[in-house]
Design a protein around this ligand. Sequence first.
Ligand code: DGJ
Length: 721
Amino acid sequence: MIKINEEQKIFDLSGKDFNYILAVNQFGYLENLYFGKKIEYTGFIKNFTEARGHGVCVSGERNRHADASQFMLEYSSVGAGDFRIPSIIVNQKSGARTCDLKYSSYKIVEKRFSSPLPKCRGGETLVISLTDESAGVTVDLYYTIYDDISAIVRSVNVKNMSNDEIYLDKAYSFNIDLPYDDYRITGLFGAHLKERSVESEKIMRGTHTLSSLRGVSSAQINPFIAVSDSYATENIGRVYGFNLIYSGNFELNVSLDEIDHLRINGGIASEDFGWFLKSGEEFETPECVIAYSDKGFNGMSAAFHDLYREHLINEKFVYASRPIVINNWEATYFNFDENKLKSIIDSVKGTGIDTFVLDDGWFGKRNDDTTSLGDWFANKEKLPDGLKSVSDYCHKNGLKFGLWFEPEMVSPESELYKHHPTWVVKIDGRSPCLGRDQLVLDLTNEKVVDFIVETISSHIENDGLDYIKWDMNRSITDQYSSTLLKENQKEFNHRYVLGLYSALKRITEKYPSVLIEGCASGGCRFDAGILAYCPQIWTSDNSDAYSRTRIQYGTSYCYPPSAMSCHVSVCPNHQTGRVTPFESRIAIASLGAFGFELDSTKLSDDERSAVKAACSSYRQDEVLLLGGDLIRLKSPFKDGYFAEMLVSKDKRRAKLTVMPPNSFGNDKFYFVRLYGLNENAMYRLNGQSVASGSALVHRGYYLPRVSGDYNTIVVYLEQTD
Ligand code: DGJ
């Protein structure tokens, strides 16, 4: 709900569990008065400017109590007395950069969805405009809230109101200043094969920046940061979570100043960024979701999950039964032919697996990863009858057909590169960096985007594709486009991301029933921007069940389980060499959009029966996975082992999955408190014993002792009445 006190210029935005209260101070600046647990609004809250400031006065004022560095600003620039990290830098015609943004107006609007930049749907949106007439700029701050979700969505539109060009060195999505209160920061860090590990630090004075300059949101640092009470756990404490809906270079800063004001701001990375705005033009930033929880990190994740499921992910897929995939990558790598593919398809008939995905190696002369990206026509040696023959075979046998592409890339050894050398990201006279022996296509060039859309469209239509795996296997270097003017070159990184979103938007709108799964060397571009177009993303190339407990645990901080594509693979695992029980691989993979990544022709009879049983129970539990709440109970990072529970929204059904620590001998008795159950209800466990919700929450569930390594325990809970 949005409540506005016109006279005092107070804006009170309330979501499910919070108030976010803004006001214009006597100097015209928009300040944050309060962001936190729901409170009854009383007039006393607007007491902000008295007794503040002994520093530089705000422009034109002789009041010694007006120090912009001490205001709790909602957006800020440089040169006007706020010396903290700014949200925007506006270069004006004269070369001056000073910009002093003061309140000018507000309005309630319907959000526009004309650009391909992903945005959350629905809710109520307030726009507050800040203006600096001398700099010729107006900044519209967008705030979207939802009555039933504990998150606020922010973004910014910058308008050039002057008669001259202006140049932005930086344009963040949001800024918020909060009083510091013994907080910590938490982020998701990693690398290929170990994406999104949860790490937490005490906040020091100065600035802590989390960013990616790889051209993709990256496995190294996810575009997420949380600020929480230092004692916060998964279930208690205040947590503010910030997640950018963006897939390219980003930065998120947390700065603690000398008077214990905490500034959190961020958006598109300001390194290697610039944007020209002609008179009258606008620049739109990506959205940032700010979640609030006073019930620990699980509460923060619930806000992100609910928002993304209800208002960001494609409505057609988000709650729909997902394909159970068999993917041939770990089964064959590049080494397959039509017969091999058909034998894989034959071997899964009747198991419940319903989609065959043909991975890398089906096109051009691709027998390893050095060649042919861009030559998206079937490899005649492997597939003499073309893709249609494999697709028809799938359809004849009741399976859907999915196909792998790496649309943003081109191999130097390819027909595409030979015919379109200028379509590549490179600089004349400089030999470009290769990554995995490949070059990046210039997605800032509309012709390249058209080529990608047309190529994929023709395969969807001619080869009957039901599903696409959209991969991207390198970071971007040599940022330059031959189609951009010299003065626009710093727009390259963001224009690339807009080109990507444009291609995805056009394809998903044209073929609404084709599911596109995101992928980038596993989970190197796992972010909310991709989720807007791809309801699920390949979580990691690491398919080892033990490693996956960590990766999926961290990923769930922001992204719902149904967004994580998770496959069962063979042992010893191809990435770690670890041997884990088949049941554990199934239990952990079925905590996401489920599938298999193995040579199903080699399954034993027992394994084949296990696959069949796994598909059937996955389907029974899928409603929990797609729409339930995920409650993290034991952290592989902090507690040394993994326990999570999926709970239906009405709390009548739940599924607990635990991978207890490996046995040492004479182990202690581990127990898990089942937060998230209805404490007033009785539950039947695995169809047998009955326990009260309150006992399961407060006394906890004692884990049976299991021998052997990497076992999992799965317990189903059903309310008895
Ligand atoms: C990286 C992906 O993450 C893998 O699943 C696979 O598709 C390979 N690329 C193929 O090159």
